[in-house]
Write a protein that binds this ligand. Structure first.
Ligand SMILES: *Cc1c(COP(=O)(O)O)cnc(C)c1O
Length: 403
């Protein structure tokens, strides 16, 4: 209730009544502390000293943009991802745009992608001058590579694809690289949700020309702010991204192309390198343990986990379940009444967003599966600081729910 409304009521009602009106949460308070979708306060307790040491180091260095800390983080990130090159930038959105531009996307060219993702996936395509061109997803929510193959077979002029490793699952990298070879496809893997995921032991980012990461705080490898990176095995592509992120400068004050200002700060790079990246493996293991506990414990007929794709070694950015769309609102209310922070990823398909309404967007197939997931998906809390008792509380709340 806004404060102004409160004070109006407080002024006209007798004191005892006021108390109840002013503190509705006292009457409906959940029995235990809330279970958050993300717990940044607990994370801070663990990382504080490493973050503060990083801030001190950068402060004392007197160098704040594109210096040694960015270079060191880029090396560490490339090594841990199994790629030769990493280029830090300002966001995951920019990482996709930079990679598409570096690969030579031309204005008006179609880029195959998924309608079920963060809007940024398609926004980056549009910003790079491309036309988002949608195929449907499978039961796990991942781009249907069979439909991709069908389109490429019919339309040899299509040269670009931005597949998304959604929810932390790895797409079928063997199928993806086969398509890339066969159709000379240029592929930017959107790995914003899937850092560290593998397909049959093979790391994501190894099937495409480049991979885009986001360090938005909720991502598995998050910064204390915005950030992103392009990863690639191609030194020339990385060099182009380095120019493009810095106004298109090839040397100081020399501009042969039009770039962006999309630089990663020294501060974020130092924090990512010293406080976050060294903990990523442990954080990911905890996410996987929680996912296993959910998969074992969830038994409601009315709440089904979206299936994880076969052969994906997933990093569980989210834990998506599906409920009948007519009861989703009730299910979310049921969970929130028990103090459980659930979310929806994503309630509206990208191709239905108004921002794209007047642009030449293209649908190759009716996105029936994407629509089904958008209408019924709910994300259960999954983050490294959930303990087993909390996970069990979530399971009990789900299992107690009936349509
Ligand atoms: C978060 C996200 C992005 C965008 O990353 P930002 O750093 O927020 O720009 C792109 N794609 C997917 C799948 C994402 O989850």
């Amino acid at each position: 209730m806004p404060t102004s409304e409160r004070s109006v009521i407080a002024g006209v009602l007798p004191p005892r009544v006021q108390l109840h009106i002013l503190r509705p949460s006292r009457m409906t308070a959940p029995p235990s502390p809330p279970i958050l979708a993300n717990d940044f306060v607990q994370m801070w307790q663990e990382i504080e000293s490493d973050v503060l040491a990083s801030v001190r180091e950068v402060g004392e260095s007197g160098w704040y943009i594109l210096g040694q800390r960015v270079a060191a983080f880029e090396s560490a990130l490339a090594r841990s991802s199994g790629r030769a090159q990493a280029v830090g930038c300002a966001s995951g959105l920019d990482a996709i745009e930079l990679a598409l531009r570096a690969l030579g996307l031309q204005a008006g060219e179609r880029v195959l992608t998924t309608p079920l993702s963060a809007f940024a996936t398609s926004l980056a395509i549009v910003r790079a001058g491309g036309v988002p061109s949608f195929v449907d997803v499978d039961a796990s929510g991942l781009l249907r590579l069979d439909q991709l193959e069908d389109v490429l077979g019919r339309e040899p002029s299509v040269r670009f694809c931005v597949p998304v490793h959604l929810y932390g699952h790895a797409l079928d990298l063997e199928h993806l690289s086969a398509l890339r070879e066969r159709f000379s496809l240029r592929v930017v893997e959107d790995a914003a949700q899937a850092v560290g995921a593998r397909f049959r032991g093979r790391p994501i980012g190894s099937a495409g020309d480049a991979m885009a990461l986001s360090f938005y705080p909720t991502k598995n490898l998050g910064a204390l702010g915005d950030g992103g990176a392009v990863l690639s095995d191609h030194a020339d592509l990385a060099a182009t991204c380095r120019r493009l992120r810095d106004y298109g400068q090839s040397a100081k004050y020399v501009h042969d192309e039009l770039g962006l200002n999309s630089r990663l700060d020294e501060l974020h790079a130092a924090i990512l390198e010293k406080a976050m990246l060294p903990r990523l493996r442990e954080w990911t293991e905890r996410r996987c343990e929680i996912a296993r506990r959910y998969l074992f414990g969830l038994q409601s007929r009315d709440v089904t986990p979206l299936p994880a794709p076969a052969s994906s070694e997933s990093v569980w950015h989210l834990f998506p379940v599906w409920v009948d769309p007519t009861s989703r609102t009730d299910f979310i209310a049921h969970m929130r009444a028990r103090g459980i922070g659930v979310g929806v990823h994503y309630p509206q398909l990208i191709n239905d967003q108004r921002a794209l309404a007047d642009l030449p967007v293209h649908n190759w197939f009716e996105p029936a599966q994407a629509r089904r997931i958008a209408a019924g998906e709910v994300s259960l809390p999954i983050h490294p600081y959930l303990d087993d008792l909390e996970v069990d509380r979530v399971i009990a709340a789900v299992n107690a729910w009936r349509v």
